[in-house]
Design a binder for this molecule. Structure first.
Ligand code: DGL
Length: 364
């Protein structure tokens, strides 16, 4: 009988010890490992932080509800791949992105990457304007260290939500030395895209982010990145743009070309104070005869006009569908209208010389 009670007593202590260790492990952050990279997750909102009414709700959910700590807790495997810490920079559905949010995020990223104890950054973001934020950061981040933007096409409450594994892959990518010096990266659906060329190509599908003709930089597989090409244009430390002392960005807007279009949008934007206008033209950047006079008048008032295209792929040829030399217009090269707008905004922080701005469109 004595042996039995001693054994029970011993087992009780072992059980208590196990429960204590478990409780400690559950509530305490993982111990920092000297051999793992230090990755900071900056959360900004979006579907990846969204919640829906049921596990099958993948449209009609609410974006930007779940905080960064919950996003990290949902991916316990992160502890094996990096020392991860989180920060909620803001919490929005990304269709509501503003220049102020961009400047706040860019300044925070540059401050963190200047620290020796930060090896890489992951930014969780809504997918609607993810490509724009990625390209903006691609032009203003002043570090070789990896910066990875990640989103999700299903809310965190959905069955087979894509957010957790996208976050896991993005942290692995940001922790990898191979990711350095490649510019800002976008990582969803096991695919790695370059900030300059990536665009959202489908309203709801998981593989929405593509660079339709220029292709992925690589893939995530077996817990590491596999790169197959490199960005060809300047980015991050090699750009001439610096937002560290900026509190606002120049007003640049976009007008869309289509059959029977009128000059009204151009006139309205000029009257509202636009410093630059991106014309998302049909075909190779063609401008309707009803709109061209408005763009010429805008240029004469000092507004920079960039001839772009709604098509989405290919080069808008200078002096092709319009005499850009004579009209003193700029052409967008292969940038889509929303990215051409970002480059023109930053260009206008440096110059209003069209020859210099055209050089920038051929450089970045
Ligand atoms: N409201 C959209 C956004 O925050 C949801 C799309 C998404 O994040 O996938 O961009």
């Amino acid at each position: 009988m004595k042996i039995h009670s001693a054994l029970s007593h011993h087992l009780a202590w072992v059980l208590l010890a196990l429960l204590t260790v478990t409780a400690y492990a559950k509530d305490e952050p993982a111990p920092v490992s000297a051999k793992l990279a230090n990755v900071r997750i900056l959360a900004t909102g979006g579907t990846i932080a969204g919640t829906g009414a049921t596990s099958t709700t993948t449209v009609g959910y609410t974006a930007a509800k779940v905080g960064v700590e919950q996003l990290i807790e949902a991916v316990p495997a992160l502890k094996q791949v990096a020392n991860v810490t989180g920060e909620q920079v803001f919490q929005i559905a990304s269709e509501n992105m503003t220049d102020e949010y961009w400047l706040k995020l860019a300044k925070r990223v540059n401050t963190l990457l200047a620290q020796d104890d930060v090896d890489g950054i992951v930014i969780t973001h809504g997918t609607d304007t993810l490509e724009e934020t990625a390209y903006f950061l691609n032009l203003v981040v002043k570090s070789h260290k990896p910066v990875v933007l990640v989103g999700a096409m299903r809310p965190s409450t959905a069955m087979s939500a894509d957010g957790p594994f996208n976050i896991y892959n993005s942290v692995v990518l940001a922790a990898s030395p191979d990711s350095a010096n490649k510019g800002v990266l976008v990582c969803l659906n096991d695919q790695i895209n370059a900030a300059r060329d990536v665009t959202k190509t489908n309203t709801t599908s998981l593989d929405t982010f593509r660079a339709p003709e220029l292709g992925f930089l690589g893939y995530m597989q077996s817990n590491k990145p596999h790169f197959y090409r490199l960005p060809a244009r300047k980015h991050t430390v090699d750009t001439e743009f610096d937002v560290s002392k900026l509190e606002a960005l120049p007003k640049v807007d976009i007008v869309y070309g289509y059959a029977n279009v009128t000059r009204t949008p151009v006139d309205a934007l000029v009257a509202a104070g636009a410093k630059g206008i991106i014309h998302a033209g049909v075909g190779d950047g063609s401008i309707h005869n009803a709109v061209k006079p408005a763009l010429i008048e805008a240029r004469q008032k000092g507004v920079i006009v960039v001839r772009g295209s709604r098509v989405g792929n290919g080069i808008v040829a200078r002096n092709g569908e319009a005499n850009d030399d004579e009209l003193d217009f700029v052409v967008s090269d292969t940038l889509n209208p929303q990215k051409a707008r970002i480059l023109l905004m930053l260009a206008l922080t440096k110059t209003n010389q069209t020859s210099e701005i055209q050089r920038m469109f051929y450089t970045y």
